[in-house]
Design a protein around this ligand. Structure first.
Ligand SMILES: [Zn+2]
Length: 393
């Protein structure tokens, strides 16, 4: 056991003594977090991925044949190789997806429910003017998602929103509850080229945190690392905001290399959670050819290229990659690590791509220790975010 893991374990034990859960519209209440040692309960079976989306007229089979895949495959039986519920805590909903791909709340909900994704946190890509026709069309769809989707405000142009502290406030005032539908802000990624001068301490970002804290909402942040270009997020940069806005749920998202920073925050603050989604666990690593859902030019990419890569790499290698990226953090923080997809581009919502993302996620979840499966798949998220769902019109 290396020193970092010992540090994590000690910290997790300390956290178990004094963990505080912040809920929307509620005062902080004391709860407890337990770190448990896990026992693998796996049995051998096939890992052939068969598409079964109800909207698909012909089923697609992604075979496991691959020279790079491991020859042995393991999976559990149970809900996560079948129909166990899922809570997607990282779903992008841009204009094309909402208005063209789906066109109605029912169509979107029906699509998600085809994979038993019963709930989601949806990042609604919105223009700065909430009275524009695009904003109103998106609002009419999101307002019909009822108790299924928690909408967050995601700017189509962050640098425009961040033009000044006052302007940031005025944009968020239009969109956040109670004037708007959104329960927070995200995804924010300060590693973007045009946001390199913005830090979490910048007045505009402080305006974001103040607005979200006022509604006891959610801010979703993709941490920056040097391999994304630009500067990495430092603990000293983000920690003051996590500390100063205790009614804000800080939902971080990133890769395995981001875990150390998030773990340090989790050890001290109960309003910190981490989504390790399918993209950043199953489909990202040098092993699998790096980020299969977001290759260069991802917006113009195709489902066919993605499916060809899946076939080339083999599902067993992808599942093992997912487990490798996920297990340590989930075992150390079993109540605070959440599943998601990071579906973003229109081709990600192709039935065949969705089926692969969901079925491989189920395969990974099904091989987790039994007491972690439901927590990661939906129960943690349901517990943290349920109040937003029930109060969403
Ligand atoms: Zn994302």
């Amino acid at each position: 056991m290396n020193s970092r893991k010992i540090l994590w374990l000690v910290s997790a034990c300390l956290l178990a003594l004094s963990s505080v859960l912040v809920s929307c519209g509620k005062s902080a209440t004391t709860t407890s977090t337990t770190t448990t040692q896990k026992t693998e309960t796996t049995t051998a079976t096939s890992t052939t991925i068969t598409t079964s989306h109800p909207a698909t007229t012909t089923s697609t089979v992604v075979t496991t044949s691959s020279t790079t895949a491991k020859t042995t495959s393991q999976t559990t039986t149970g809900p996560y190789t079948g129909t166990g519920p899922l809570f997607d805590t990282h779903l992008h909903l841009d204009e094309n997806t909402l208005l063209s791909r789906f066109g109605s709340a029912n169509s979107l909900i029906s699509f998600l429910s085809g994979g038993n994704v019963n709930w989601a946190i949806g990042f609604c890509l919105l223009p700065v003017d909430s009275t524009s026709s695009t904003a109103l069309s998106i609002k009419s769809i999101i307002s019909g998602t009822g108790s299924h989707i928690i909408p967050l405000f995601h700017a189509s142009n962050w640098s425009q929103v961040f033009a000044s502290e006052q302007y940031t406030k005025s944009v968020l005032q239009q969109y956040l509850q109670p004037q708007g539908l959104q329960w927070g802000v995200g995804e924010i990624a300060l590693y973007q080229t045009d946001l390199q001068s913005v830090t979490f301490n910048s007045p505009a970002m402080q305006a974001v945190f103040q607005a979200v804290n006022a509604v006891k909402g959610i801010v979703m942040i993709h941490l920056s690392t040097v391999n994304m270009g630009g500067r990495a997020t430092e603990l000293s940069e983000i920690e003051p905001s996590v500390r100063d806005y205790p009614d804000t749920i800080f939902l971080f998202h990133g890769r395995k290399e981001d875990m150390q920073l998030v773990a340090q925050l989790m050890d001290k603050y109960s309003n910190v959670y981490f989504t390790i989604d399918a993209n950043d666990s199953i489909f990202t690593s040098k092993l699998v050819g790096y980020n299969l859902l977001f290759p260069g030019g991802a917006a113009a990419d195709t489902a066919e290229r993605f499916l060809a890569d899946i076939n080339r790499i083999g599902t067993e290698a992808l599942v093992q990659n997912g487990l490798n990226n996920l297990e340590t953090m989930l075992e150390l923080y079993p109540d605070r690590v959440l599943w998601g997809t990071d579906l973003s581009y229109t081709w990600h919502f192709d039935d065949s791509v969705f089926d692969v993302v969901i079925n491989l996620s189920r395969e990974v979840i099904g091989r987790l220790p039994a007491d972690l499966q439901e927590k990661y798949a939906y129960k943690n998220a349901q517990k943290i975010f349920e109040c937003f769902l029930t109060s969403n019109p």
